[in-house]
Design a binder for this molecule. Structure first.
Ligand code: OOG
Ligand code: NI
Length: 456
């Protein structure tokens, strides 16, 4: 019998190997990691309370660990195989994102771990986009792209074997896991040689830069990795002095007392030398470094409010510098409650509940109908915001756009097509809201039960 290592162990090894490869390939990314580490250190020194909170939740040691990366693939076969590859690492497709509306001809999901323990161990996820060839207008170019994609195999034969082995064995042995990490990494590697000639590249590029990026190379090079920062505004401010060219604005909600969802920014993609078929030199711009700061996951109601306020602010922020942009955002988001109690009372965000020491000592509570807020006030249970683990389509589009150059934000006529995406994937995507709701529900049930109160 083979002893299997856990899927989470393999994800941890893989994300570290990927980070090492990317730092090696993109030195500016290493500079970004250093800057993030410096700002995180200073933030913790300034805010001992935050440091203590992170320490008690076992967050300090994995602060510098990458939170996500992103790739783009060209066909249903590639996407379906990726699903099987990520399954080796306990990562499943969560969420459906339509970016066509924002002028990016892809739809996407995030492969990520879903249970608490796995997220605590290593939350690494990969935002994965599928090119929508059907949105290319010219039939001739569409066919050319499809033909080029059909001729490539982005997986090594070793990776294919180990993925199949994972499925029959239900996991991999230590030695197989080592080999898997090495073989799987090849899919994400950068290639200086394009598979097409410069003319083909330019024709596809003229249609949309993203199409050239997906179609012209041997594989879906990892296009960015993203560590977690404790102060995104400060990292954005310091990027130029550290030699990085930040994107114009930080995506997502403004800075708040109770952070919500996700804020992101990046240094802009670098222009890199490429050798095209026929031995002609050119360049390609695809790879960048990103940072993220995460807050609490919002309920459907909270998300609707976020979307409405973001929509309102967008009409007023067009063309503004980041500072002015953030000021307008803060003004508009004044309508979004900014205390944990209010977020809970209005059902805007998800929380995880726990019985406190006092609650455990109090034992069974006599009352049958008890308000959760009262129990919190009495110190019998605590509520902790559940971190948002997913992505935001408007922000993602902003990240795509600023790294593709130009604003080219004209919407495609195509609409969201989750069914087509799931068919290509070969499986349904998990609904992210359901995951948060279940986590909240089960924690509350357990807390109430321990106080002798029947769950509501
Ligand atoms: C993905 C952009 C989206 C994010 O963090 O929202 C993304 C890409 O450029 O391929 O990574
Ligand atoms: Ni990203």
């Amino acid at each position: 019998m083979t002893t299997l290592v856990s899927h989470h162990e393999i994800r941890d090894r893989f994300s570290k190997a990927m980070s090492a490869m990317y730092q090696d390939e993109v030195p500016q990314y290493e500079t970004l990691l250093d800057l993030v580490a410096e700002v995180n250190r200073e933030t913790l020194e300034r805010d001992p309370e935050l440091a203590e909170r992170l320490a008690t939740h076992d967050e300090l040691n994995r602060l510098g660990v990458e939170r996500h990366g992103a790739i783009r693939v060209g066909s249903a076969e590639e996407l379906a195989m990726l699903r099987r590859l990520f399954a080796v690492m306990g990562m499943v497709p969560v969420g459906y994102y339509d970016l066509s509306e924002a002028g990016v001809p892809v739809h996407s999901t995030a492969f990520r771990p879903i249970d608490d323990e796995a997220l605590a161990r290593n939350p690494f996820r990969v935002f994965t986009s599928l090119l929508r060839l059907e949105l290319i207008e010219s039939p001739e170019l569409r066919e050319r792209a499809a033909g080029i994609l059909a001729a490539r195999d982005i997986f090594t034969s070793g990776a294919r074997e180990l993925i199949a082995l994972n499925e029959t064995q239900g996991g991999l042995s230590d030695e197989q896991a080592e080999r898997f990490v090495k073989e799987a990494l090849e899919t994400f590697r950068w290639h200086r040689d394009a598979t097409v000639d410069l003319d083909t590249y330019e024709a596809l590029h003229a249609e949309h830069r993203l199409i050239a990026d997906v179609v012209c190379f041997r594989g879906p090079h990892i296009n960015h990795l993203t560590p977690r920062t404790l102060d995104i505004d400060e990292v954005q401010r310091r990027m130029p002095a550290a030699g990085m060219n930040p994107k114009e604005v930080i995506e997502g909600p403004p800075r708040r007392a109770c952070p919500i969802l996700l804020r992101q920014t990046s240094f802009k993609a670098l222009e890199e030398p490429i050798r095209f078929a026929g031995d002609r030199q050119g360049t390609h711009t695809a790879r960048f470094g990103e940072i993220e700061q995460r807050g609490v996951a919002l309920t459907a109601k909270g998300r609707a409010l976020y979307d409405r306020l973001l929509g309102e602010s967008r009409r007023r922020t067009a063309g503004l510098t980041n500072e002015a942009h953030q000021r307008v955002l803060a003004e508009v988001f004044a309508d979004f409650p900014d205390t944990e109690a209010e977020l809970r009372r209005q059902g805007l965000a998800f929380f995880e509940y726990r019985t406190t020491e006092a609650g455990r000592e109090a034992g069974a509570i006599a009352e049958t109908e008890v308000e959760v807020e009262r129990l919190i006030e009495q110190g019998l249970i605590t509520a902790r915001p559940i971190t948002y683990e997913d992505f935001l389509p408007v922000s993602a589009a902003g990240i795509f756009q600023s790294n593709l150059g130009g604003d080219g934000s004209e919407a495609y006529a195509g609409h969201a097509n989750r069914e087509a995406f799931e068919e290509a994937l070969g499986a349904p995507v998990t609904d992210e809201l359901t995951l948060y709701a279940e986590r909240e529900r089960s924690s509350l049930d357990a807390a109430l039960t321990s106080l002798g109160i029947p769950p509501v």
